[in-house]
Design a binder for this molecule. Structure first.
Ligand SMILES: NCCC[C@H](NC(=O)CCC(=O)O)C(=O)O
Ligand SMILES: NC(=O)OP(=O)(O)O
Length: 334
């Protein structure tokens, strides 16, 4: 049985297979490939695109989706092994995952970082608790470490624009925000772009490094695909000649010793990292702008960048549908 909670579950080869099918089915609709199939979706956090795109995939392919919002009409779920459940979490994932598995054909879970730090995010406790206890294919709808469906949609968008991603220079740039956001999206863009053979440049202020294990994994993909990954604290240097600019905010590498106010102040001190047209003008003439959304306008990215014709953020969101249709089919096919 296959699961997809991280890019490592499919590797560069699987990325190619899933994206090729997604591209083919985008132009030639496959029909009722999920006839009478049910996708269960468990949300610990809010969503607009993920919820709608997965549900649309199932409905448009002859299947059905059941959406559960944890803590809102659904029991709060415990993930910790051996927990004494004397607080507000009434049900353990040890029961919830196998019960749902008896009732649906595939299960999706969204569970953001709990803010316990980078090492905890690497362990990805909630999605991995599901992974241990499901008996149907499990798909990540964003967890603490990765948002792999987003990564696939990002690469499909690059391919549609440029034809190929082989050695394509792309920049993943840190962007400002009012609070420290999770690293799942930057991790996934880095991993997916490296797996697709891009020349990935990562720009962030000092102290916002991505986890060494994520970087090592990206390095291995780049080595295997003829791509490359480099890091800089100089946004302009990264942007020079880039064909795509991917903006995303994320929190500092470690919050140890930072009071919440200090982190906000630290992030505010880098307000100048917000992509503007001036920054975009350093990129290649045909450069596109990407962001996973939702985006806080004029904090994270300026209006002029989001409203410029070079922005592909809406296409990128639509591509979630196409990659997920292909992915769910791939998960079901063994
Ligand atoms: N699924 C796409 C991004 C989700 C999440 N963003 C957020 O939580 C934004 C919240 C805000 O702007 O208040 C993140 O960065 O991982
Ligand atoms: N990009 C993305 O996952 O959006 P949602 O959080 O709205 O699902």
């Amino acid at each position: 049985m296959r699961h997809f909670t991280r890019i490592q579950d499919v590797g560069p080869e699987g990325v190619e297979t899933i994206l090729a099918q997604a591209a083919a089915w985008k132009s030639q609709k496959p029909g009722a490939i999920f006839q009478s199939r049910i996708l269960g979706m468990v949300f610990f956090n809010p969503s607009l695109r993920t919820r709608t795109s997965f549900e649309a995939v199932m409905l448009r392919s002859g299947g059905h989706a059941i959406v559960l919002d944890v803590g809102n009409g659904v029991w709060k779920l415990e993930d910790r092994p051996g927990a004494v459940m004397n607080a507000d979490r009434a049900e353990h994932i040890k029961e919830a995952a196998p019960v749902l598995s008896r009732l649906v054909d595939m299960l999706g879970v969204r569970t953001f970082s709990a803010g316990g730090g980078d090492e905890e995010d690497e362990l990805d406790p909630v999605i991995n608790a599901f992974r241990r206890h499901v008996t149907v294919p499990l798909v990540s709808m964003e967890s603490a470490r990765e948002h792999p469906c987003q990564g696939l949609a990002d690469v499909l968008t690059l391919r549609e624009t440029f034809g190929t991603t082989k050695k394509l220079p792309v920049t993943l740039t840190w962007a400002p925000h009012i609070k420290p956001l999770p690293k799942a999206v930057p991790n996934s863009f880095l991993l997916s772009a490296a797996a697709a053979g891009c020349e990935v440049r990562v720009a962030h202020p000092p102290g916002f490094e991505l986890h060494p294990q994520v970087r090592a994994e990206a390095e291995a993909y780049a080595k295997a695909t003829g791509g490359s990954v480099t890091y800089t604290h100089d946004q302009d240097e990264a942007l020079a000649g880039s064909r795509a600019v991917y903006a995303k905010s994320w929190g500092p590498a470690t919050r140890a010793g930072h009071a919440p106010g200090d982190v906000a102040a630290l992030m505010a001190s880098y307000a100048g990292w917000m992509p503007t047209r001036k920054a975009m003008s350093r990129a290649a003439k045909d450069a596109i702008f990407l962001h996973c959304l939702p985006v806080r306008r004029n904090v994270e990215v300026s209006d002029e960048v989001l409203d410029h014709p070079s922005s592909r953020v809406i296409d990128e969101a639509e591509n979630r549908f196409h990659v997920q249709r292909s992915l769910l089919h791939w998960l079901q096919s063994t």
